[in-house]
Design a protein around this ligand. Structure first.
Ligand SMILES: CC(C)=CCC/C(C)=C/CC/C(C)=C/CC/C(C)=C/COC[C@H](O)COP(=O)(O)O
Ligand code: GRG
Ligand code: MG
Length: 276
């Protein structure tokens, strides 16, 4: 058992990003920082949920990851599957306990989001496009989670739409990358059912829709800091170009990694726009 596996299996970079997006949702909803307690609770509920979701995902994906991701903690033997299961349930339990102190809407949304992550990992991931929509909806729910904590949606709705669209694109392209392993588990993902090329078109369409949606906050008058979004949009369009040109595993990996970079940069752009 490796102690560092307890951090690694949660994919901390995703969890911290998600927690920041939750707090950003509060900020853009009301136009100011919502206070330390509310921000901390939103950050922790989202971060713990994301951590629990990634951990239980690896628990159910053990056979696929032995082929696609042998370096991950469970396939490499750094943690037992039973420990991962109890660890994820513990993360969810602490997150729900904290969600109770925010408000009823956020307590209910935490229950729904946590249940959706378990259901995704257990049953929904192999379903064509359904799994992609569930993951993307969870990322879209993240800024809305922060907005509900301050009882106002406001610009967080635009953030949610962008999060949803870019993650649909990224999930479809990740499925193109993972075709070999997904076939062994009988997963019926879009590239397996419709072929890599058609799946690439779907991913590219959602990438372009993300670029269109990324200008909505400008239309709503979000400040000059927002123009840092332009390089983000160029990266997204380049990722779409790459996957349309070539659907090999290595190209799909590079395209989905570029979309992940665009997400991190976009969140930074939204933070700049929110505080400038
Ligand atoms: C215009 C534009 C790109 C706006 C960005 C909108 C926005 C706020 C995005 C944030 C979405 C979000 C809450 C991300 C949390 C972290 C994350 C990437 C979650 C999705 O993870 C599922 C994925 O399959 C995990 O795979 P991997 O990253 O390879 O471990
Ligand atoms: C709204 C609240 C309270 C929480 C949301 C928490 C967040 C941000 C969830 C975003 C989606 C997410 C990170 C879910 C966790 C599990 C998951 C879907 C991981 C992706 O797993 P696979 O689809 O198997 O891809 P991998 O090949 O990377 O394992
Ligand atoms: Mg997985």
């Amino acid at each position: 058992m490796e102690l560092k596996a307890f951090v690694e299996i949660t994919r901390p970079h995703n969890c911290i990003l998600a927690g920041l997006v939750g707090v950003l949702g509060s900020i853009v909803a009301v136009g100011h920082f919502p206070g330390v307690i509310t921000s901390l609770l939103v950050f922790l509920v989202v971060t713990l949920g994301c951590a629990g979701g990634n951990t239980i995902n690896d628990y159910f994906d053990y056979e696929i990851d032995r082929i696609n991701r042998p370096e991950r903690p469970l396939p490499r033997g750094a943690m037992s599957r039973k420990t991962a299961l109890y660890y994820s349930l513990s993360l969810f339990a602490v997150g729900l306990a904290l969600a109770y102190f925010i408000n009823t809407a956020d307590f209910v949304l935490a229950i729904v989001a946590y249940a959706a992550m378990v259901l995704y990992a257990w049953k929904l991931k192999p379903l064509p496009f359904v799994g992609n929509l569930v993951v993307a909806s969870l990322t879209g729910a993240t800024p809305l989670y922060g907005a509900l904590a301050v009882n106002r949606i406001g610009l967080a709705g635009y953030l949610a739409l962008c999060a949803f669209l870019v993650n649909v694109a990224r999930e479809v392209i990740k499925d193109i990358e993972d075709v070999e392993g997904d076939i062994t588990k009988g997963a019926k993902t879009l590239p397996i059912l419709w072929g890599r090329r058609k799946a690439a078109y779907i991913g590219a369409v959602f990438a372009v829709l993300t670029v269109v949606a990324s200008f909505l906050p400008v239309k709503a008058g979000v400040g000059l800091g927002y123009y840092s979004m332009v390089p983000v949009d160029l990266i997204i369009l380049y990722a779409a170009y790459l996957i349309l040109k070539n659907q090999e595993r290595e190209v799909a990996h590079r395209a989905q990694e570029l979309l992940k970079i665009s997400i991190f940069l976009a969140v930074a752009a939204f933070i700049i726009a929110a505080v400038v």
